[in-house]
Ligand binder design. Structure first.
Ligand code: URA
Length: 432
């Protein structure tokens, strides 16, 4: 068998055999398939699709393409959560301490920002000194001792996805449902979490634009998880407008801390919804009781305390949890005002791009991220505003003209506008 033959078979719309799929993934992981061959394979999958069986086999082969860390010897279930990527989405920084403070162990492998979307690892590094590069042993030890850890996967986990993802990113092959499903689920299956909650986003600021596309992806990932013997559920959620009121690393970490301190907004609503679902599944509780426990652990300050413990365990300065001045915003402030009166509509993607232009994300692999730059919203999507009223503040260093114009393009003022429901559907394996 050759890599060429596998690509040719998918080009001719054939259903690939297990042997072909495993051969191809081994060739990718071992460097025997070139970038051009990976690109051709991904484009053939994007155009011709895959059956559920092919997608499961691809996911399984990718998950086993590198090291799989050993499960720490802790009692009870271990939970994980994954978002497909959005703007102003710091739910992980809220969810993990909430769940850990309720006694649910959390093993959270997170990523860096991708395109206009923010990444949890970049945000966590807003805590001075915090390390996200934990070894498998450190990750497991922290879960056993503190209850949870948030880290990046090592160089050696899921190498097939690392290569395929890098090629997809530059060959217009990211937005393929079987390729996204196998990429996300290979990373989840390579880890040891028993209960996995997926937040599958759709809308302006997400990789998938429509709810039906996101629902198809969510159902496929839940089926892959069930077939692998994991308890997987998925929430399909809207990402037309930024989830919270802050975009940028320090600004988003401050907002996550504020939500753990009781702040209420869409970010808090989604975080509490996801926490309730995960706590109910992990602790086998009725949802109403899980919800009451989630609210109680926030109200008592226990969840905020747990965040401080996780930050310290990873070498970070946990004083920032109680002192926002340790996560400063950039010194130059530009206020954006409503250009017209109307109902505020905010396009999440443009705001994410504006943050990228400020230096709050990477334009190229390896770029340094400025944690202090960002955008704070003064008004919410769906709110009525008057011409001239401030809608946002942009925090920058140096010339911010391009970023401010991109941010201004994110705001429009129709006569009527209603933001879609935050949670479109919630899918469990048992409902499929
Ligand atoms: N996130 C991933 O990990 N993979 C994708 O393909 C898309 C989003």
């Amino acid at each position: 068998m050759t890599v060429y033959e596998v690509i040719d078979a998918k080009k001719k719309r054939r259903v690939l055999t297990e042997e072909q799929i495993r051969f191809f993934v081994r060739a990718v992981a071992q460097g025997r398939a070139s970038d051009a061959q990976i690109a051709a394979f991904c484009m053939a999958v994007l155009l011709n699709g895959m059956t559920d069986e092919e997608c499961f086999l691809l996911t399984d082969a990718m998950a086993k393409s590198g090291e799989t860390p050993a499960r720490p010897p802790v009692p009870g279930v271990i939970a994980d959560k994954h978002s497909t990527g959005g703007v102003s989405d710091s739910t992980t920084l809220i969810l993990v301490p909430v769940l850990c403070s309720l006694g649910v162990k959390c093993a959270k492998y997170s990523g860096r920002g991708l395109g206009h979307t923010g990444g949890t690892l970049d945000k966590l590094e807003s805590f001075s000194g915090l390390r996200v590069g934990l070894s498998a042993a450190e990750f497991a030890e922290q879960i056993a001792r503190v209850g949870g850890a948030i880290a990046g996967q090592t160089e050696h986990t899921v190498p097939a996805d690392k290569r395929m993802y890098a090629v997809r990113d530059v060959t217009a092959t990211v937005d393929s449902i079987p390729l996204i499903a196998s990429s996300v689920m290979s990373k989840k299956l390579a880890s040891f979490a028993d209960v996995i909650l997926l937040d599958v986003k759709y809308g302006d600021g997400a990789f998938l634009r429509t709810a039906p596309q996101a629902e198809r992806l969510a159902r496929l990932m839940v089926r892959i998880g069930a077939r692998a013997g994991r308890k997987v559920a998925a929430a399909v959620t809207n990402m037309d407008a930024p989830l919270g009121d802050a975009v940028g690393c320090n600004a988003e970490v401050r907002e996550a801390i504020a939500v753990l301190g009781g702040k209420k907004n869409a970010l808090a609503r989604l975080s509490l919804f996801l926490a309730e679902k995960l706590a109910a599944a992990a602790l086998s509780l009725p949802e109403a009781e899980a919800r009451a426990r989630v609210e109680e652990t926030i109200a008592s300050g226990a969840a905020l305390q747990k965040l401080a413990q996780i930050v310290s365990a990873q070498g970070g300065d946990a004083r920032a949890v109680h002192d926002p001045s340790l996560q400063p915003l950039a010194p130059q402030k530009s206020v954006l005002c409503a250009e017209k009166s109307g109902v505020l509509r905010i396009a999440a993607k443009k705001l994410g791009e504006a943050c990228l232009l400020l230096g709050g994300g990477r334009q190229r692999e390896g770029d340094a991220v400025d944690h202090t730059v960002g955008i704070l919203l003064r008004k919410h999507a769906g709110e009525r505003v008057q011409k001239g009223e401030p809608v946002a503040e942009v925090y920058s260093r140096g010339n911010a003209d391009e970023a401010c114009s991109r941010a201004a393009e994110a705001f429009s003022y129709p006569r009527a506008y209603e933001l879609p429901a935050l949670v479109h559907t919630y899918i469990r394996a048992e409902d499929l």
